[in-house]
Ligand binder design. Structure first.
Ligand SMILES: [Zn+2]
Ligand SMILES: [Zn+2]
Length: 289
């Protein structure tokens, strides 16, 4: 494989595992450990984690995207936000999006069919024999001497969840909030809905004394004010503000990429569909006048 897992200690009892693209977090308590995400499956993460801890392991996905869930098939059981529970059919938001784009791309550019193998390996998460168990907002995970609390943060995907560590006042946010949120993977969510969720989430965790969080891709720890400020930035995005805009086969509208430097937070980036800027976006994909 062209990439190997590496690890670093984030703090006592927390190991960051990376394949160079996405970070997984191994959070250990006295009796039990949580593996937050399983990566792209460029390496056998189950064997890797077995060398790091002998504690009972609970595998949790931040959301159902291949860079976070491709290693799931190595495990018997994976916990995931209820709204991201996969059926591995086009009833799932993610599988529907990939199916729409891949079919339309193959029809328009037949030569791209050669990419089918790569798509199956990297983009389509293997079903395997894994049992998926739903997690809901407020669920507590008891690790013995400490606990983690599940907090929903829908937007990037309908079932995106974050893990709160109440003792350290620290949050593991997956892709729910970071410098670069791919909003286009959940085409029925408007940017304004995401912004409302982000601001509400920020207010709730701020009131509970949380100060810092970590996303899955950017190797820096954010102040939780990033969530609020990123949400405000996303709320103001329009198709015209995109730096790049292009037609994508199978897409409902133009795919837009926008970014903005920030004196306080360095950078904001988002990839979104033009229609997600509409205030009256309805799940059918139609916009109301
Ligand atoms: Zn994601
Ligand atoms: Zn990701």
């Amino acid at each position: 494989m062209f990439m190997r897992y590496g690890k670093s200690k984030l703090r006592e009892g927390v190991t960051r595992i990376t394949d160079g693209i996405v970070n997984e977090f191994l959070i250990e308590g006295r009796d039990k450990a949580v593996l937050f995400d399983t990566g792209l499956d460029l390496f056998n993460i189950k064997d890797y984690v077995a060398k790091l801890t002998k504690k009972e392991l609970m595998v949790v996905n931040s959301h159902f995207h291949p860079d976070h869930a491709n290693g799931n098939h190595h495990f018997d059981k994976v916990y995931i936000g209820a709204a991201d529970l996969p059926t591995f059919t086009t009833a799932d938001v993610y599988f529907k999006l990939v199916d729409d784009i891949v079919k339309a791309t193959f029809a328009r550019y037949p030569k791209t069919k050669k990419l089918q193998g790569l798509i199956d390996k990297l983009i389509m998460t293997k079903k395997g024999n894994t049992e998926y168990v739903p997690l809901n907002d407020g669920d507590e995970i008891d690790l013995g001497d400490k606990k983690l609390i599940v907090k929903a943060f829908p937007g990037h995907t309908p079932g995106s969840i974050t893990l709160l560590d109440p003792a350290l006042k620290f949050i593991y946010a997956g892709d729910a909030s970071d410098m670069d949120i791919w909003m286009f993977t959940n085409p029925d969510c408007s940017l304004h809905e995401y912004a409302e969720t982000g601001r509400r989430y920020y207010k709730e965790v701020e009131a509970l004394g949380y100060t810092k969080y970590r996303g899955s891709h950017v190797p820096i720890t954010h102040s939780i004010t990033f969530m609020r400020d990123y949400a405000d930035w996303v709320d103001r995005l329009t198709p015209e503000k995109a730096f790049l805009k292009f037609n994508t086969p199978g897409g409902r509208s133009k795919l837009c990429i926008a970014f903005a430097p920030s004196a306080k937070h360095l950078l904001y980036t988002s990839i979104y569909w033009a229609h997600q800027c509409d205030r009256a976006l309805t799940p059918s994909g139609e916009t109301e006048e």
